[in-house]
Design a protein around this ligand. Structure first.
Ligand code: TLP
Length: 349
């Protein structure tokens, strides 16, 4: 049976060009910094974002955690969005690994209220932890894959600067944001201290994320990566796919965005579904299933019987993600199947 997998863009498989690049990659021991392909990927990433240096890591989660470890000391506090990946989907790692606590603030549309942000920063007081870091996420996954503007990011940095606090961006899908908004990646992150982006999501590489920032920060992060057991050896074989991802796979993200828009439009006409609106859509569609009809786990089960995979976020909330391995036709087919199952459940119920 043909499978249409809309659970995540993490399910993408490497292109033929990536497989070829893997086979031909020049390699060395990256802990000695002797892997030419890893070095090339890191230099390319630093160049794209116009930052001093970069560090290749195995996953987005490792990138976020290495960065938090590098910026903080035990007992510090970091400001995170209530719906952010760092706070929700990393197994409590900021507490477990860095020994820091979270100050979660509202990020309903992917953005903090600037007033709330400034109030969340701890003043000097013998009782208080130090606010060591402010984290942002762009695109913001749980807020609907919404792309946040450079202007908003800069406003956050203005506040952070006033208090001398670094800003770190979880840019797992930063290229989606840049393509959707037509902004150069280096412009978008011009004022953040550091960021990470993922190669293994919409860009289609099988493994890997890259942290980008100042040279001294990246040097410390390299040591933290080693501490976590993330020092790799002949990693050029995977870095080679990352180079193809950066050179060849960024511009095509707009197809994913068009497919997501199409999906959102089709689903918004289905009885029993409320598609969540976003200011700037990228490659995600979140929707709610109204009480009275089928719920999200049941919908996932019924669709699976037809070869369609979706993400259940909660009992009535669903996420669909478009990516290079789903076509426009697949999206139309999935929307049709969802309509049949959901509207059918209202008739049957
Ligand atoms: N997100 C995954 C799941 O973990 C939810 C997905 O399917 O979307 N930052 C953001 C904003 C992310 O969305 C993700 C992955 C990560 C970090 C972590 O990346 P990985 O999975 O490589 O550790």
């Amino acid at each position: 049976m043909k499978i249409i997998d809309l659970r995540s863009d993490t399910v993408t498989t490497p292109t033929d060009e990536m497989r070829e690049a893997m086979m031909k990659a020049k390699v060395g021991d990256d802990v000695y910094r002797e892997d030419p392909t890893v070095n090339e990927l890191e230099e390319l990433a630093a160049f794209i974002f116009k930052k001093e240096a970069a560090l290749f890591v195995v996953s987005g989660t490792m990138a976020n955690q290495v960065s938090v470890m590098t910026y903080t000391q035990r007992g510090d506090e970091i400001i995170v969005g209530r719906n952010s990946h760092i706070y929700n989907y990393e197994v409590g790692a900021i507490a477990a690994l860095s020994g820091v606590q979270a100050m979660p603030i509202n990020d309903e549309n992917g953005m903090f209220s600037l007033v709330e942000l400034e109030e969340a920063i701890r003043p000097e007081n013998i009782h208080f932890p130090r606010t060591a870091l402010i984290t942002l996420e762009n695109t913001h996954n749980r807020a609907g894959g919404v792309a946040l503007s450079k202007e908003y990011i800069d406003e956050v940095v203005d506040i952070a600067d006033r208090h001398g606090i670094p800003v770190y961006l979880d840019g797992a899908r930063i290229f989606n944001a840049c393509v959707a908004l037509g902004v150069e990646p280096s412009k978008m992150v011009e004022r953040v201290d550091a960021l990470m982006f993922c190669l293994s999501k919409g860009l289609g590489a099988p493994i890997g994320s890259v942290i980008v920032g100042r040279k001294d920060f990246i040097e410390k992060a390299r040591k933290m990566r080693k501490r976590l057991g993330g020092g790799m050896r002949q990693a050029g074989v995977i870095a080679a796919c990352g180079i193809v991802a950066l050179n060849k796979m960024v511009q095509r993200l707009k197809e994913d965005h068009e497919n997501a828009e199409l999906l959102a439009n089709e689903l918004s006409q289905v009885k029993g579904i409320v598609v969540e609106p976003v200011a700037v859509r990228t490659n995600m569609v979140y929707f709610m299933l109204l009480p009275g009809g089928i719920d999200a786990p049941q919908l996932a089960k019924k669709l699976l019987e037809r070869g369609i995979k979706i993400s259940v976020v909660s009992k009535r909330r669903v996420r669909l993600v478009t990516h290079k391995d789903v076509s426009r036709e697949d999206v139309i087919e999935a929307a049709k199947a969802i309509k049949e199952v959901v509207e059918g459940s209202w008739r049957d119920g």
